[in-house]
Design a binder for this molecule. Sequence first.
Ligand SMILES: Cc1ncc(COP(=O)(O)O)c(C=O)c1O
Length: 459
Amino acid sequence: MADLHLMVDRAAGGLAGQIAREVREAVRSGRLVPGVRLPATRDLARDLGLSRGVVVEAYEQLVAEGVLESRTGAGTRVAAGAGRQAAPGRPGDERESCWPHYGHRPTSPDLGLFPRQAWLAAVRHVLATLPNDALDYGDPGGVPALRRELAAYLGRVRAADASADDVVVVTGVAQGLSLVVQALARDRGRGIVLAVEDPTSARQLPLLRRAGADIVPVPVDSEGIVVGALPGDADAVVVTPAHQYPTGVVLSPARRAALVDWAARTGALVLEDDYDAEFRFDRDPVGCLQGLAPDRVVLAGSVSKALAPGLRLGWIAAPPRVARAVRLARGEFDLGSPVIDQYVLAHLIDGGAYDRHLRRMRREYRRRRDALVGALAEDLPWMNVRGISAGLHLYAEVDDGGDPSGLAEAARAVGLSAEVVTSAHGSPGLVLGFARLPAHRVAEAVRALAGNVEGDVRG
Ligand SMILES: Cc1ncc(COP(=O)(O)O)c(C=O)c1O
């Protein structure tokens, strides 16, 4: 039910007319949109300090005009077709019009499999047990219960080396990396030189630049980032060692050692984007780099692939000085993340529900990926799939360095999520997100894709 702000001048008289005029104007200007339920006449009369009969009279007048509609049991609502907008917007509709990059990405999970029941049970538990004071402004670095759970969880599943004090809760990898870059730039008193993998996630670049980074692309080969090509003056490097985005390769043991060595030698910071490390299908994940060099590496992760990106809930595990700077930044910038979701996640991890969900999702995504790899080999054998069996996306290049743009469009038309990736150092590739396509529909989708593109792409 809408809370309604109306200006009524009691001394002026004609009170029902004044209320009707105010509501009419609110509908006309779009402040009240079709479908919105108005306060009950009794409640509005009490809020305005008027008799109920005055409000009833105003509502009846507006119903007669077709501005409002009144149905028994459903209250009084703004009529469909009234005012500026033709129909109430569905959540999310507005994003198409204002920002084309919002919405599903090739690395987004299957949101139909979000563990609604487990989340709901955890919310109930948290609301039933949380002391009132816990709902106050919290530690801007995150509630201690979640930081403790995350430190233990990251140690257990990622071989991270971090205490609860080294963990800062953020809204996701994106914010974690931005705040670290910002803190470095502030510390240096200048923009920082930031090496990034090439190819990389292009979406990250504007965000990193805005935080104060001067970006230097460094090539990636079958062993991950070419450490020997890192610029000597880099202040930091962003890497995806567990599953390079987008190519899907793993940073080799030799390169891991070389990267840690490089950071120790130059004093640079390694920013480890651990975006999809939960999803390894045919092998155990390699431990994170942070565990090898906790004083030089910042590990950044989130629930965006494991649960849902819309939660905007993530973490960094960082050397104490960096963790302190990021926590301070959140304290000065926005006072931290919403606390109820933090307690909910802590409860899910503590009770084992998070691990159970991940095990289930791992099986499901593995089936989908296997089906896609098999179908591509069958119907589009000139596409070369690279990278390990992991994550929610697959990377492929067209034989002879062909242009995959037509393929991306055709893939989207058959229900796959697809993006072309360009690189300063190599030929373009194609990222295919398979998380949303059930295994039993993959073969048919790829056959349709093959039918549409054969000939087009390879020229
Ligand atoms: C490689 C990579 N890193 C980071 C992110 C951002 O993740 P988060 O939602 O945790 O901010 C994404 C999201 O698509 C991604 O693909």
